[in-house]
Design a protein around this ligand. Structure first.
Ligand code: WT7
Length: 656
């Protein structure tokens, strides 16, 4: 036996069976069996969760081989907003659909299903009055305000795919996405609150549009008054949201869409510098968002679900907007930061609104853990039944803290694994049926088939570690990358013939539980935000004083991963400072991509074919000075010592 004293979480039972009942386990097993034996029947049955104008008669007609074709419920017709709003009016018109909590104390807004239906209809009519038609793309660039959710549903109502953009994107980043998506209108805010700071929204759009020049298709900029800060308005192009919807009718005939018509585009990062717009289709997405949310977070009358994700991420789309509303529950949106204006802000919101399910990211859990147990201890959190987490691997430590301190060992911790491309939960526990293991996203939901492969794409059986692939299509699967089907096929379907490759590494244990080990490609996950190393490197490349750059992700206590950039300057490196490079990255990519550290080095480690060996850079960035493993692929091994010396010198000079 080891003489080391175990840390408390190691003393915890590895499996937490709390709340699992034989009845629910049997129902779950039956569902898994149904999904395996008759996938078509299974999904046509789940399709009944939503409202169709014309019911689909077929489920999937997808193929992962050849040109790759993902299609679901092809002959079905529907409007997504009807499933989120209209059909609830009979039973729950006066139930809150949305509770919005502002960052400023006491700033609160509740919209019942009837009120939300009215707001969405008026906004949809307003967009139509500007000439926005079915198929036109509309960009939404807002902080966490009710108008964000309203605008998304208004777009859905008129069949105009929305493209929600994160407030942290740089004007260059926004411009690139506006041009690529061909958006005809942008819905933005004057400015946004972020703790004591103000984030420019309208002026960022102005800059982005200037940048896009004549290649952009934007005709109108609609400005939501969030802070009341003065912003320039351009005659004929810019219009206030309130002015626009003022005289609009509260009746808006929904556009009836084919199941395969796109509902939205959402940008995410991959291995190249160019962000890709993932395309999701109306029918499949709605069934999937409703199924995954409703299965993992079953709602009861009076429940309040709070997903803290920004609506600009897939989590916001599926777990703030479409999933909760399709399930007829109350969704809560919070404008601000977790600990603003004081620690305990989140717990106060939970107590006051009797939140029943909370869904957040490990990065937030780690930050809240740091504040200590006293804050949550002083609030009544007894309403909480489920505690969700997603976006990055969660350590057993953080998991246990969430379970014990927030959930008082009563609420289930729900670690769910998914992606922008999957649009909904692929791995996750079903409360009452799946025993939990701290740190594992457990098992695939019924109807889903996943495998572990070796690095050649061969399927591994039993307990194994390797690459995480999905074997058959699911309704919410991305249909394509906007205007780049080739990239779609090559990114996801060439790794292992006939399978979708997620880009993640995974371990499967003896009990068939999955443990995600992180990205296997050149994508860094900073606080749950995906950033491609190439995006950072391209941004740095615009500075002509620099020869080349390599970005790597290193372990970070709070953010999960932090960014470290190695930069080689041109011969006359006079005047280049690491902080200038950090500023270039923040400006060109966005604040969320600000690096932890920038090292100016004489050269980068490369293979004989010229590929940067990031694995080595990562180790050096994490402070390792030896035991680098097999370096035979390096063109020149002397680079290792030079790099270590360069890094040490700069770390040294910082300490004086
Ligand atoms: C990547 C997708 C949850 C959707 C929001 C993120 C990582 C996601 C987990 C988890 C470990 C996770 C993966 C994935 N990831 N959930 N529960 N455990 N890693 O969507 O921005 O498209 O990022 O996030 O690496 O590939 P996204």
């Amino acid at each position: 036996m080891s003489s080391v004293t175990p840390t408390p979480h190691e003393l915890q039972p590895q499996i937490i069976i709390a709340g699992v009942t034989p009845g629910q386990t049997a129902a779950y097993d039956a569902l898994v069996a149904f999904g395996e034996s008759d996938p078509d029947g299974f999904w046509l049955n789940e399709a009944k969760r939503i409202t169709w104008t014309q019911d689909p008669t077929r489920a999937s007609t997808s193929s992962f081989t050849g040109d790759v074709r993902i299609r679901w419920f092809e002959d079905g017709r529907l409007n997504a907003s009807v499933s989120c709003l209209d059909r609830h009016l009979k039973e729950r018109a006066d139930q809150p659909a949305l509770i919005w909590e502002g960052e400023t104390d006491g700033d609160r807004r509740t919209l019942t299903y009837r009120e939300l239906h009215t707001q969405v209809s008026r906004t949809a009519n307003a967009l139509r009055s500007l000439g926005v038609k079915k198929g036109d793309r509309v960009a939404i660039h807002l902080p966490m305000v009710a108008e964000g959710l309203i605008s998304m549903l208004a777009c859905a109502r008129i069949g105009a795919p929305h493209v929600v953009m994160f407030g942290g994107f740089s004007p260059e980043g926004i411009s690139e996405r506006l041009v690529d998506s061909g958006a005809v209108a942008v819905i933005t805010a004057d400015t946004a609150r972020r703790g004591s700071k103000r984030i420019p929204h309208k002026t960022a759009i102005d800059q982005a549009l200037k940048h896009a020049g004549t290649i952009g298709a934007v005709r109108n900029v609609i400005v939501v008054t969030v802070t009341g800060d003065e912003v320039p308005m351009k005659d004929g192009r810019d219009i206030r949201f309130t002015d626009l919807i003022k005289n609009q009718s509260a009746d808006c005939e929904p556009e009836i869409m084919n199941a395969e018509d796109p509902l939205f585009l959402l940008y995410t990062s991959g291995s190249t510098g160019k962000p890709k717009a993932i395309v999701h289709a109306t029918g499949g997405y709605m069934v999937w968002a409703s199924y995954t949310f409703g299965t993992v977070y079953p709602q009861e009358p009076g429940d309040v679900h709070w997903c803290t994700a920004d609506i600009a991420w897939i989590t916001g789309h599926s777990c703030v907007v479409y999933g909760p509303l399709a399930n007829g529950t109350t969704t809560l949106m919070y404008e601000g930061l977790p600990s603003w204006p004081r620690a305990g802000r989140w717990w106060d919101i939970i107590q006051r609104n009797r939140v029943t399910s909370l869904f957040t990211a490990p990065t937030a859990i780690r930050a809240l853990m740091r504040e200590g147990d006293d804050f949550p201890g002083t609030f009544d959190l007894s309403s909480l039944r489920s505690l969700g987490t997603a976006g990055e691997p969660i350590s057993a430590d953080a998991w246990m803290w969430y379970y014990e301190v927030i959930g008082k060992s009563r609420a289930a911790v729900i670690d769910t694994w998914w992606q922008t491309e999957t649009a909904g939960i692929i791995l996750g526990p079903v409360v009452g049926a799946t025993p939990m293991k701290p740190g594992s996203a457990t098992k695939p939901l019924p109807g889903i088939g996943v495998v572990v492969t070796d690095d050649k794409g061969n399927v591994l059986e039993g307990a194994a570690e390797g690459c995480f692939c999905i074997t058959t299509s699911w309704p919410g699967q991305a249909r394509t990358i906007w205007q780049d089907h080739k990239r779609f096929r090559e990114t996801y379907f060439t790794f292992s013939e006939g399978k979708y490759f997620t880009g993640d590494g995974v371990r499967r244990d003896e009990d068939g539980y999955y443990w995600i080990t992180g990205r296997m490609d050149d994508v860094i996950n900073v606080s749950g935000h995906r950033i491609g190393t190439a995006e950072i490197e391209d941004a740095v490349a615009v500075d002509h004083r620099l020869a080349e750059a390599a970005a790597v992700g290193i372990q970070h206590d709070l953010k999960g991963q932090g960014i470290v950039v190695f930069v080689v300057t041109r011969a006359s490196r006079s005047g280049v400072r690491p902080e200038d490079i950090a500023a270039v990255i923040s400006r060109n990519v966005g604040r969320y991509a600000a690096p932890e550290k920038v090292y100016l080095v004489s050269e980068l480690p490369k293979t004989r074919s010229g590929k940067i060996v990031r694995r080595l850079l990562r180790k050096i960035a994490e402070g390792q000075t030896g035991e680098f493993g097999d370096l035979s692929s390096l063109a020149d091994t002397s680079v290792v010592d030079t790099l270590i010396a360069d890094v040490a010198r700069q770390n040294q000079s910082e300490n004086v």
